[in-house]
Design a protein around this ligand. Structure first.
Ligand code: ADP
Ligand code: ADP
Ligand code: ZN
Length: 214
C-alpha cells in the first residue's frame, strides 16, 4: 500500500509517518529529510537546496522527484511507501504517477491532515527531534517520557531545524497554499482522498488514519 500524507508545515505528517512505520512496517519517504541529509553531507543537491530551504521556498521539482525515484529503486516492492512532504506541486504529482508506474506501484490513499493555520506557528517553533534517531518531539505537546532522553534510542542530544522560525514558517505556509493545496483535486477525481482532523491529539489522529487504511 502506498499513501500520501498531505498538509501544511506542522500539520503532523512526519509524526504520523513515524508511527505508521512502527505499526505497519511501512516506509516514510520524506523529501525534507532527504534534502536535509544532502545539505549536511554537502552533496551537489545539498549545495543547491540549502538557501532555498532557509528561505522556506520550494526546491526544484526535478531534484525532489529524482530523490524519490532513487529511494523507491532501493526499496523492496513489498514495503508500502508513505510520501511525506512530496508531492508539493502539480509537476511533482505528475512525476510521482510516472515514477510509481515505472516501479509497478500505484497510490492507494491521499490523506489530508486538516489544521488550523494559527496553531501551526506554535507547533513548528516548539518542534525538536532526536539528533541520533530523528524521532520527533514538541516542547509543549510531546516531551520525551523521561525529560531530556529520547524514548526510542536513549540519546540525550536533540536538534532544531534552522527553518523552524516564525518568518520562514509564514513563507512555507504561503507556498503550501499557492502550490500544494491546488494538487488535491487531481486525487479527488480519482476518489482516493480522505480527510483527518489534524487538530486532534496525536493518538486520535493515528486512530483516524488507521480507520482509513483498514
Ligand atoms: P515541513 O516539515 O514543514 O512540512 P519539510 O521537512 O517537508 O517541511 O521541508 C523542508 C523544506 O525542504 C521545504 O521548506 C522546502 O524548501 C524543501 N522541500 C521538502 N520537500 C520538498 C518538495 N517535495 N518540493 C520542493 N521543496 C521541498
Ligand atoms: P510536519 O511533518 O507536518 O511538518 P510534524 O509531524 O513534524 O509536522 O509536527 C510538528 C510539531 O507538532 C512536532 O513538534 C510534533 O511533535 C507536534 N505535533 C504533531 N502532531 C501533533 C498533534 N496532533 N497535536 C499536537 N502536536 C503535534
Ligand atoms: Zn532517538
Amino acid at each position: 500500500m502506498d499513501i500520501i500524507l498531505l498538509g501544511p508545515p506542522g500539520a503532523g505528517k512526519g509524526t504520523q509517518a513515524q508511527r505508521l512505520e512502527q505499526r505497519r512496517g511501512m516506509r516514510q519517504l520524506s523529501t525534507g529529510d532527504m534534502l536535509r541529509g544532502a545539505v549536511k553531507h554537502g552533496t551537489p543537491v545539498g549545495l543547491k537546496a540549502k538557501e532555498v530551504m532557509d528561505r522556506g521556498e520550494l526546491v526544484s521539482d526535478e531534484i525532489v522527484s529524482e530523490l524519490i525515484d532513487a529511494e523507491l529503486t532501493a526499496m523492496g516492492d513489498d514495503v508500502g511507501a508513505i510520501f511525506d512532504g512530496y508531492p508539493r506541486t502539480a509537476g511533482q504529482a505528475e512525476s510521482l504517477d510516472r515514477i510509481l508506474a515505472s516501479h509497478g506501484r500505484a497510490l492507494d490513499h491521499v490523506i489530508e491532515l486538516e489544521v488550523d493555520e494559527d496553531a501551526l506557528v506554535e507547533r513548528i517553533t516548539g518542534r525538536f527531534t532526536c539528533a541520533q534517531c530523528g524521532t520527533g518531539y514538541h516542547d509543549t505537546f510531546k516531551q520525551p517520557e523521561v525529560p531530556g532522553v529520547c524514548d526510542k534510542c536513549g540519546s540525550t542530544e536533540f536538534k532544531r531545524r534552522p527553518d523552524d522560525n516564525e518568518e520562514t514558517v509564514r513563507t512555507r505556509m504561503a507556498e503550501y497554499r499557492a502550490k500544494t493545496a491546488p494538487i488535491l483535486p487531481i486525487y479527488e477525481e480519482r476518489g482516493i482522498v480522505s480527510r483527518v482532523d489534524g487538530m486532534a491529539g496525536i493518538e486520535d489522529v493515528t486512530r483516524a488514519i488507521d480507520a482509513i487504511l483498514g
